[in-house]
Structures are given as structure tokens and as C-alpha cells.
Design a protein around this ligand. Structure first.
Ligand code: MOS
Length: 732
């Protein structure tokens, strides 16, 4: 039986606050941690199947056109080479996870430099690589490749994403103070630690794929679509995933290529992407050009707000970086404009990466708010507080919960915000020192998810769902919820994830994983509690489960006695409902940064950061904190170092490895602090939790550039804030 809850109304029963063990929320360790740090948790590439051969992808070296001839005969004659595969079922680029459209399969058409066009398979990896390096491909190159989003000939403006409310221009004219500024952010790469890899094997018509993916129920459909087979015949196994950050949301070319070759050769095939292939052949975050306009009265109350952006993607791709996602709901201002343009270009596919929308949109918006505060001579925290509307400023719906003021106040106090001086006023030796603040906000999403829970007579609990753990803590929190609900010690819960033979889950994406998958486990456990109550003849509200015993009033019975020999099994399923539209749901927070800017070189060092966040119920203080720390480190990257550079001639990514694409490393990241504000959001899920995975990055980089301004008076609007954008403008 399946216990289903559609979130059509707020869930006011704070059941998890009443559980006697009180495990949910505790900073418990990840159960799989020891396996990971000792190298015993197998990642996709580490599955060694008997008789497995190796494939290496060959990719296009033109930006646009078609292949006319794959001269594969000499390669096929090389030692160990088993075949060269290409054709109509090859993927052009990764599917977009969760999208309804089937993945794009291009035939011979080339849409960007780096597009996969063939797979060379050999007995060993080295032989396959040698073959791939020697495959001579003939092209018919088109001369009209679009490589510059600024001048692209096709610009689309999807209707759903535009807002025009009131009279923006009149409000700008009438205002006491205005800001009108352009901001830019570059192409970026997710840079998950584990590169994509797939091991495909067939048993008759049934395909098994060991892969590294975030959303298995969608990935299974995408893989089946790509191959033209029934999803029933596809199994994906992905229990451990070395980070995703969006790059593993949709099925990628290596999986499809491995499956095609494995079928043809009748043996397992392993295909791993190199780091440059991950950069060029998965997804990038689109570069953005943004214009922010703000108009305010003398007290700083906004009368107008506009956010115009241009992003880019390949032709025919549905996704476009939702730059203004937080702008819609964060601040008031009656007169509003949102313009969203998508330039069609021949560059690596743009897709979701680390808080798509907020991560880059809030760099601009929160930077502009800092400019406005400076112009008005107002404290930037005061300015934010004066502009938090009672209702959604565009749709007029209420907020489900928003403890943003609490985050700002608690953070200011803890960070020592009152010590902040004006630009250029705090000098320590060769360094200007300054502080900055920015708001964090990330839209909250609930997504359909199901799970099966089994309680056996000896008090052992098994949780099964095809949910993934991409480093986020799914194993830990799902175990905590089940242990709490069923009253067993955490050690007695075995959480099994990452296999499409288990009930289909929401997967890991968009920060919805923990709430969605957690709710399904909660519901399955509720069902088991009801089954037990029924046996005991009591109301389920009178039942306490604790330490493997069922307690009703004075009566305490071991679970063994209640269950007999037969385990209790239940499935739970959460479905999003009216609460997704009736209220505005988001997680909030406040970022504080202190930076030092070298007075001679313009070098920026982040000295300390504090993030204070409110995201409904925190399901595990430790894994939630880690998520936020990671987001803040990525905020340092967005502010100071991360930038993918496209060659102007053919669009290829010049810095396609971790040596040249600069993620913050230990020396760039100081001691970071994270704190949470207690909150319950009844509208979000039966757990009263909201998303947290991507909250930490939203706004973080703006706190840093705002701190740069406060340190030395240089306003950087072109991210990342490298030395060349600071040095020329430093005061003498
Ligand atoms: Mo996320 S960028 O939806 O993995």
C-alpha cells in the first residue's frame, strides 16, 4: 500500500518535534562516511565487470557544421580496437534533468566545439584512447557559427519570464535616488570532483548502467528515450556520486555511447570522461549580462526595480539561466520590470549549475542594493529591511515563512557589523580592510518522491528509494527520519539509495531532495505507525515507539511481540500541490564577509565569512552546515576566481581543467561560520523543511564584492573581481 500526500494545504502537525529520540536535526555523522574516506564506497568508474572493454569519446573540433566522413578503417585496424561507434542515437549534449523533452540527437549535425561524435572501443583504455586520438574526421564547417551572445542574430524573449508592472520610467524620474548599472558574470563550470563515468552491460534486452547521476527516475527515461527502448528495460545504479552541482542532472553522452557499444559488442563497456570532456561536453552555466535599475525615496523605500538580463544557450534548448528568480519575490517596489533574453549560440550547452538563477542574479541585485545604500548614506542592512514586502510584489500571494530579518540581525550581531567603517577608512599595513553584507534567497521547491520502508520483527528498518546522495547527506537524514518515526536506534536503519529498482524519488536537484525524499520516508513511516496502532487497538496519536518497543499508556511491548514474524512494509509518496502556488516559498539568509584588499596590488583575500540561514526545519545540523559552507566557498569562487574562457574563434573552452579554471582552494577560503535560525514551514512539506543545498551560494559572492567596496572604495560589477578590475582604481 502507498500512503500518498498531496501538499494542497499546510501540514500543521509538527510530528517530528514530538518524537522521543529527537534524532531529526541532530548533527549525526553520515553513515556512509567511513566507506567514502577509506575508498570502499564504489563510484561509477570502480565497477569492474568481467570482460569489460573501454570506450573513449571523440569530439567535434568545429563550432558548427556537419561531419562528412569518419575515416574509421585505420582506427579499426589498430591493436585492441573493437569498434568505432557513431550515428543518430548519439547524444548532442546532456539531457536536461527532469525536462519532458527527449534528449537532442543530432545525426551528423555539429552545434558546438566539443560535441561528441564517436566512441572508439578497445580492449584497454590506452588502446581506445590511442584510437580516439587518431580518428580523422572530415567536416563540412558552416561559416555562420554564433559565438558571441552580445551580437547573436537570434535573441528570444520567452513570454513567461517577462514582467512589466506599473510605470518604471516615470518612477525612475520621480525618485530621490536611483541606481542604474550593468553587471556581467562569465560562463562557469560545475566542477564536481568526480568526472562522469558509465559502465553499461546488457542481459538480452535489459540494460544495466552503473553511472554517476543525480535524478535516476528521469535519467532512466532519458536513457531509454535515447536508445529507443522501454524504460522498463533500463536499470541505473548510482549509490555514490562524487558531487553533481547540476552537471549530472540529465543523462550525458558517455552513458548513451557506452550502452550503444555494449549492445553491439555483446560485452560490458566502460566510458569515463576526462576533465576537459566534462567541461566541454556536459553543461556550463551561461554567462550573463544584467542591468539593474533601482529607484528609492530618501528613506530608501523602493518605488521601482528592474532586472534585465541576457543569457545564452544552444538552439533548441529549453533551459535558460533564470537570472531574476529571486528578484521577483525578494524586494518591494510597485513599478517593476523583468526582461529575460536568450541568445542562441554555438557554445557548450547551458544548463543548471549550483543554484541556477539566484547564484548569478543575486550577484547583481545585491551589489546594486549596496550601491543604493551607499548613495543614500544608509546602512545596507537597514535598506534591506525597509524593502521586504508583506506580500509577493508581483503576484500578491503571502510568504509561507521568511525569517530574513532574524538572519540579518543575528548575523550583524555575531559578525561585529557595528565595527564597519567607511570605504578606505580601515587600513592594516598594506591592506585595506572592509565588510560587506548580502541577502541569501533561494526559491523552495517540493518534487514528487516515493520510498519504501520495511520494519522487521527484530527492529531492523530498511529504507529504499532511488534517491541519490551526491555528497549532500541523504543517507544520514533519511535514516534519522525513519529512526525517529519508528523508535529504533539510528544504527538499526539501513538506507539504500541510488537504484532504479527502488521506488522513484525526486532525485538531487534544485535543493528539493531532502524535503521531497524525506517526506516520502516520513509518510511510509506514518503508515507503519498506523499499522501498529491498529494491531494494538489504539489511536495512532497515543502510540509511542521508542527503543524498539511500542508504548501505549502503561503498556510497553517489544516490537517483536507486536509484529510477530512478518515485517511491516509501507510505501510513502509526496506530491506537490496547491501550497506550491498559494504562497511564495523560499529559504533565506544573510551573508557577511570581511576582506582585505592589498593597497599595492589589488589582491583580495577573504578573511572571514558568516552565513546565517533560515530554511525551515534543519534535518541534520552537520550536513546542512556543510552544504552552506560549500555554497559559501563557491561564493568566493564566483566573486574572485571562477571564469570559463571561450576561444573567440571557435568557442572552445580554453581553460578546461582544474589547473586553469580557478575554484577556491583551502588557502582562498578562511574559517567560515554558519548559523541557523529556527523555523518551521508548514506549507513546504510535512517535515516543515525547505531547501538548503543551494542557499549558501545565493548572494555569497555579492557580500564579498560589497566588502571590497567597503575596504577600498572600488565597485566591481564585472565578475569575477580579479586584480585587474581593482588595481587601476585603488586610492593612492
Ligand atoms: Mo542543481 S544545479 O539543480 O544540481
Amino acid at each position: 500500500m502507498t500512503r500518498t500526500l498531496k501538499m494542497d494545504a499546510p501540514f500543521r502537525d509538527h510530528r517530528l518535534d514530538q518524537m522521543p529520540q529527537g534524532l531529526t536535526g541532530q548533527p549525526l555523522d553520515r553513515p556512509e562516511g567511513p566507506l567514502k574516506v577509506s575508498g570502499r564506497a564504489p563510484y561509477a568508474h570502480e565497477y569492474h565487470l568481467e570482460n569489460c572493454a573501454h570506450g573513449v569519446l571523440v569530439r567535434a573540433t568545429i563550432a558548427k557544421g556537419r561531419t562528412t566522413d569518419l575515416q574509421d578503417a585505420p582506427v579499426k585496424a589498430m591493436p585492441g580496437v573493437l569498434g568505432v561507434f557513431s550515428g543518430d542515437r548519439f547524444l548532442r549534449n546532456p539531457a536536461q534533468g527532469g525536462a519532458d523533452e527527449a534528449p537532442v540527437q543530432p545525426g551528423k549535425e555539429i552545434a558546438y566545439f566539443g560535441q561528441p561524435i564517436a566512441l572508439v572501443v578497445a580492449e584497454t583504455f590506452e588502446q581506445a584512447r590511442h584510437g580516439a586520438q587518431n580518428l580523422q574526421v572530415q567536416y563540412d564547417a558552416a561559416q555562420d557559427a554564433e559565438l558571441d551572445p552580445a551580437s547573436a542574430s537570434t535573441i528570444e524573449t520567452p513570454d513567461k519570464k517577462q514582467v512589466d508592472q506599473g510605470d518604471l520610467d516615470a518612477a525612475m524620474k520621480a525618485a530621490h535616488a536611483i541606481i542604474e548599472a550593468d553587471y556581467t558574470t562569465p560562463s562557469q563550470n560545475s566542477a564536481a570532483m568526480e568526472p562522469l563515468a558509465s559502465v553499461a552491460s546488457w542481459d538480452g534486452d535489459s540494460l544495466t548502467l552503473h553511472g554517476s547521476y543525480q535524478m535516476l527516475k528521469y535519467n532512466r527515461n532519458e536513457l531509454a528515450d535515447s536508445l529507443g527502448i522501454d524504460p522498463e528495460n533500463v536499470r541505473i545504479i548510482s549509490p555514490y556520486v562524487g558531487g553533481g552541482f547540476g552537471s549530472k542532472l540529465g543523462i550525458a553522452p558517455e552513458a548513451v555511447a557506452a550502452a550503444i557499444a555494449a549492445k553491439a559488442l555483446g560485452r560490458p563497456i566502460k566510458v569515463a570522461m576526462t576533465r576537459p570532456q566534462v567541461f566541454e561536453t556536459t553543461v556550463r552555466r551561461s554567462e550573463t549580462r544584467q542591468t539593474i535599475r533601482l529607484a528609492a525615496n530618501a528613506e530608501g523605500v523602493l518605488s521601482a526595480l528592474s532586472h534585465e538580463s541576457r543569457v545564452s544557450n544552444l538552439p533548441d534548448e529549453a533551459f535558460s539561466e533564470p537570472v531574476a528568480q529571486a528578484t521577483h519575490f525578494l524586494y518591494g517596489g510597485e513599478n517593476r520590470r523583468v526582461v529575460h533574453e536568450v541568445a542562441r549560440v554555438n557554445l557548450t550547452c547551458a544548463g543548471s549549475m549550483r543554484a541556477p538563477g539566484e547564484a548569478v542574479g543575486m550577484l547583481a541585485l545585491e551589489n546594486a542594493m549596496d550601491e543604493l545604500a551607499d548613495k543614500l548614506g544608509l546602512d545596507p542592512i537597514t535598506l534591506r529591511k525597509r524593502n521586504l514586502p508583506d506580500h509577493h510584489p508581483e503576484s500578491d500571494i503571502p510568504y509561507s515563512s521568511r525569517k530574513l530579518v532574524e538572519c540579518l540581525d543575528a548575523g550583524a550581531d555575531r559578525f561585529g557589523w557595528s565595527e564597519r567603517a567607511g570605504p578606505g577608512m580601515r587600513r592594516e599595513g598594506d591592506w585595506f580592510v572592509g565588510m560587506g553584507v548580502a541577502v541569501a534567497a533561494r526559491k523552495n521547491i517540493l518534487s514528487e518522491s516515493s520510498a519504501r520502508v520495511t520494519l522487521s520483527a527484530d527492529g531492523q528498518v530498511t529504507v529504499q528509494t532511488d534517491m541519490t546522495d551526491i555528497g549532500t547527506g541523504s543517507y544520514a537524514i533519511l535514516g534519522q527520519i525513519a529512526a525517529d518515526m519508528l523508535g529504533v536506534p539510528i544504527e538499526r536503519v539501513d538506507v539504500q539509495l541510488g537504484d532504479t529498482t527502488f521506488p522513484p524519488a525526486a532525485g538531487s536537484g534544485g535543493s528539493w531532495g531532502a524535503s521531497s525524499a524525506g517526506s516520502s520516508v516520513f509518510l511510509a513511516c506514518e503508515d507503519i505507525r498506523d499499522q501498529i496502532s491498529k494491531r494494538l487497538g489504539c489511536a495512532s496519536s497515543d502510540l509511542t515507539l521508542k527503543d524498539g518497543a511500542a508504548i501505549v499508556g502503561q503498556d510497553r511491548r517489544p516490537l517483536e511481540e507486536v509484529l510477530g514474524a512478518k515485517p511491516l512494509v509501507a510505501e510513502g509518496k509526496i506530491e506537490p500541490g496547491d501550497t506550491s502556488d498559494d504562497v511564495s516559498q523560499a529559504s533565506y539568509g544573510a551573508h557577511f564577509a570581511e576582506v582585505a584588499v592589498n593597497a599595492d596590488t589589488g589582491e583580495v583575500r577573504v578573511r572571514r565569512m558568516l552565513g546565517v540561514f533560515a530554511a525551515g526545519r534543519i534535518l541534520n545540523q552537520k550536513t546542512a552546515r556543510s552544504q552552506c559552507l560549500g555554497g559559501m566557498v563557491f561564493g568566493i569562487g564566483a566573486a574572485l576566481t571562477e571564469e570559463m574562457v571561450h576561444d573567440r574563434r571557435d568557442g572552445h573552452i580554453v581553460n578546461h581543467d582544474l589547473a586553469e579554471y580557478h575554484l577556491p582552494v583551502n588557502l582562498d577560503a578562511p574559517q567560515l561560520e554558519v548559523a541557523f535560525v529556527e523555523e518551521r514551514d508548514d506549507w513546504a512539506s510535512p517535515l516543515q523543511s525547505k531547501g538548503i543545498g543551494e542557499l549558501g551560494i545565493a548572494g555569497a559572492g555579492a557580500a564579498i564584492t560589497n566588502a571590497i567596496f567597503n575596504a577600498c572604495g572600488v565597485r566591481v560589477r564585472d565578475y569575477p573581481a580579479t586584480l585587474d578590475k581593482i588595481f587601476p582604481y585603488l586610492p593612492d
